[in-house]
Design a protein around this ligand. Structure first.
Ligand SMILES: *Cc1c(COP(=O)(O)O)cnc(C)c1O
Length: 361
């Protein structure tokens, strides 16, 4: 073995348990696939792909389609293989060694993770016990560390909370560097920071095809930001990073936005049903503006409840061992049948805690 970079030695990878179960509600995917008409349209175009040629390096048509969706200029759109690669490209360009990146915890773990991989120093601001963000804490982190990049996630993952517009405005007014608003779940929220994007403002908003667009299998994400920033990202990213098939799939997906909005409606209705059912149980349930629900079980019970659900063939996300999330679990909203299976299993596990003895994880 040869030694890895000193600063990577202490780093843990990003893990989500992959267990063979009947009901998988652990990674916030859409429970419904995209419509059959979309699949047929993709198949027809893919049959005409010139496989011996490199794809359009600038992803011209895909960027034009995304720009049209948001009413912005195509030069304001940067596309990559999942929004995680978008974030990585942003951090390669604006973070890196000697620079500082700020997050407000708990939040999406990949922000700090990718920042560290680029060699940046990560500073963690703290959210209140109810996971809201105090303006004084935003002020403290910005004035104390002068971060080159600051992240907000709205709706936040894994908490589900929608960040109020005032918090984003406050950050924009005091941040010395780039503000990134991760909107992986934006279609579930009542407001978006997209309207704030402007040429004279160091703000980017990131989106993904993985959740509401039912295309986690495609690995496609993008950001909307100032043109001068997108131009810098184009210098950093690898040439031809977006393959021809993905460009087709992304462009055609946007023609089915009505279907996407219908799916969002179904998910929100099911989310409300889950939250209502859970209020009958002895749990702390956090308000969610996304396609998942975070909840806290009794002291010391997090792992046992998670395992009990796995024993009922229901897999959710175990956050109970994460900092600040003691005894918290996160369930993704699935199909009505899956959600009922989850609720039934949860009620059973909570009323028969002995069946969760002998936890094996
Ligand atoms: C799921 C998720 C993403 C999506 O990442 P992709 O690489 O586009 O699949 C990004 N940000 C947050 C907060 C997420 O929860």
């Amino acid at each position: 073995m040869i030694p890895v970079r000193d600063d990577l030695r202490a780093l843990d990878g990003y893990h989500s348990a992959q267990v063979d179960v009947r009901v998988r509600l652990n990674t916030n995917e859409s429970p419904e696939p995209p419509p059959a008409a979309f699949r047929d349209a993709v198949a027809a175009e893919v049959s005409r792909v010139e496989w011996h040629r490199y794809p359009d390096r600038a992803a011209t048509e895909l960027r034009a389609a995304i720009a049209e969706l948001h009413g912005v200029d195509p030069d304001q759109i940067f596309v990559a293989n999942g929004s995680n690669e978008v974030l990585q490209t942003v951090l390669l360009a604006y973070a890196g060694p000697g620079r500082t990146v700020a997050t407000f915890e708990p939040t999406y773990q990949m922000h700090a993770q990718i920042a560290r991989v680029t060699g940046a120093t990560v500073v963690e601001g703290e959210r209140a016990p109810d996971f809201t963000l105090d303006p004084a804490e935003v002020e403290r982190v910005v004035s104390e560390y002068r971060p080159h990049v600051v992240f907000l996630t709205s709706p936040n993952n894994p908490t589900g909370l929608v960040e109020p517009v005032e918090r984003v405005m406050q950050l924009l007014s005091i941040a010395p560097g780039l503000v990134v608003v991760d909107e992986a779940y934006a279609q579930f929220a009542e407001w978006s920071a997209l309207d704030l994007v402007a040429e004279d403002r160091p703000l980017v908003v990131t989106r993904t095809f993985s959740k509401t667009w039912s295309m986690a299998g495609a690995r496609l994400g993008y950001l909307v930001g100032p043109t001068w920033l997108v131009a810098e990202l184009d210098k950093v990213v690898l040439p031809y990073h977006l393959d021809a098939v993905k460009q087709i799939a992304g462009r055609l997906a946007l023609r089915y936005s009505d279907d996407m909005n219908d799916r969002v409606e179904h998910i929100v209705a099911e989310r409300e049903r889950i939250v209502a059912s859970m209020s009958d149980l002895d749990l702390e349930v956090f308000p969610s503006g996304a396609n998942f629900v975070l909840f806290r079980v009794g002291p010391g019970q997090g792992l046992a409840v998670w395992q009990g659900l796995v024993d009922h063939s229901v897999l959710i996300r175990d956050c109970s061992g994460w900092p600040r999330l003691t005894d918290c679990l996160r369930v993704t909203v699935g199909t009505p049948e899956e959600n009922t299976a989850f609720l039934t299993a949860l009620a059973d596990v909570l009323t028969h805690p002995s069946s969760t003895d002998g936890v094996t994880v």
